[in-house]
Design a binder for this molecule. Structure first.
Ligand code: S3P
Length: 435
């Protein structure tokens, strides 16, 4: 297992950083291009392991995907063109990959098995298995179907009207993907709006779908043509550099081409409320998604309260927000974020334990964290728990700590941001060379 050490820097971060393509959009682009009639080119896609696992699974389902210099060419086989995989489909660390593929596989005329790594095999699956069973799917798994591996005997599905108890784009998208194979209109309502990349891509590809408030419906069994999909940069990857440039004095960093879907920009809203200096430039639309460039200059932060209403649009950014809060003036309270306990690791526990190790005064609550800002962070050896976002957050903390922070088990960063470490070093190097 690799580890790396981040030394505190007295030089600011300067320059431009290109972040990987959006992970959520890449999964959806791969799956929907495979189900389209004819070829699609996907550019700007995320090359992290999570998306590569979805790509491999789609190849195992008999769809040809060619890597070309511009991106990926996916030769879609239409809604009914997938074939039975000869082996288990391994989604690695990716909850999105497994849950979205389960929706598609439930409606096929063949048998398949979905699995993943130790983390994914411990995450709750009843949240997707239950609605899929209501549609008539045959699925079984460990613990009565709550844990992967999931064995799916695909069959004809019936449409449902489903009220999800959790605001989760993975649940919503799983049911909508299954709805593509059901005979009629499938609708999903959720308690708060979660990211809507699936709905946007349906509209972009001409799949008949409609939104009514917190409810989305899709017409099943409607074929559609492949189209080019240009994936924007991932705001969840940009978040690490947004916080790094904010907390290291004198920094100025430009992150071009970042997805600005309003259901994903909680990190921007929260950091701006905390006092960050971030400008949005060159906003535009790309393959049905809003996109822009972010210019971040360092700033002093103050603690704030982040409540349940902010959680879905900020869901993946809480680990790095804990780091921002540790350097802010005053207290930050995060509440209504119990979903963090069932991510790649229990992120409430992981961030409380590891930031305490660095000297931060931080209290774990059942649904969030209370962080006392402006703690002096000392160096220490920290654990990532195999969670990419925990690993990258602790590395950013190391930039502004008093001594080096060593992060153990950083291989997990490959799941979303393989070039994270080198991009961070590049920003420091370009700053030093311009001094
Ligand atoms: C995702 C949805 C979110 C998020 C995950 C990606 C998606 O999970 O945490 O990283 O692409 O649909 P939930 O929908 O379960 O909250």
């Amino acid at each position: 297992m690799r580890s790396f050490s981040i030394a505190p820097t007295s030089t600011p971060l300067k320059g431009r950083v290109i972040v990987p393509g959006d992970k959520s959009i890449t999964h959806r682009a791969l799956i929907l291009s495979a189900l389209a009639d004819g070829p699609s080119r996907i550019t700007g896609y995320c090359e992290g392991e999570d998306c590569l696992n979805t790509l491999r699974a789609i190849r195992q389902l008999g769809v040809e995907i060619r890597e070309v210099s511009e991106g990926l060419d996916v030769f879609g086989k239409g809604l009914w063109g997938l074939s039975e995989p000869a082996n288990v489909l391994d989604c690695g660390n990716s909850g999105t990959g497994l849950r979205l593929l389960a929706g598609v596989l439930a409606g096929q005329g063949f048998f398949s098995v979905l699995t993943g790594d130790g983390s994914l095999r411990s995450r709750p699956m009843a949240r997707i298995v239950n609605p899929l069973k209501l549609m008539g799917a045959h699925i079984s798994g460990r613990k009565g179907g709550d844990l992967a591996p999931l064995a799916i005997q695909g069959r004809g599905l019936s449409p449902i009207t489903y009220e999800s108890p959790v605001a989760s784009a993975q649940i919503k998208s799983c049911v909508l993907f299954a709805g593509l194979f059901a005979d009629g209109t499938t609708s999903v309502a959720e308690p708060q709006k979660s990211r809507d990349h699936t709905e946007r891509m349906f509209t972009y590809l001409g799949i008949p779908a409609q939104e009514h408030g917190l409810c989305v419906e899709v017409q099943g069994r409607q074929s559609f043509q492949g189209k080019p999909i240009d994936v924007p940069g991932d705001i969840s990857a940009a978040a690490f550099f947004m916080v790094a440039a904010t907390i290291v004095p004198g920094s100025e960093v430009l992150i071009p081409n970042v997805g600005l879907n309003p259901e994903r920009t909680g990190i921007l809203d929260v950091l701006l409320k905390m006092g960050a200096d971030i400008s949005l430039l060159n906003t535009r639309n790309q393959s049905g998604e809003p996109v822009g460039d972010l210019l971040i200059r360092s700033a002093d932060l103050k603690g704030i309260a982040i409540g349940a209403e902010m959680v879905p649009k900020t869901i993946d950014e809480f680990p790095i927000l804990c780091v921002a809060a540790a350097f802010a003036q005053g207290e930050t309270r995060i509440s209504g974020a119990q979903e963090l306990r069932v991510k790649e690791t229990d992120r409430i526990k992981a961030m409380a334990t590891e930031l305490k190790r660095l000297g931060v005064v931080i209290e774990e609550t059942q649904d969030g964290l209370i962080i006392q800002g402006q703690s002096t962070l000392h160096g220490a050896s920290c654990q990532s728990y195999g969670d990419h976002r925990v690993a990258m957050s602790l590395a950013v903390a190391g930039l502004a700590a008093k001594d080096s922070v060593c992060v153990d088990d950083v291989d997990c960063i490959e799941t979303s941001f393989p070039s994270f470490h080198s991009k961070l070093l590049d920003l420091l190097t370009s700053s030093r060379s311009s001094l």
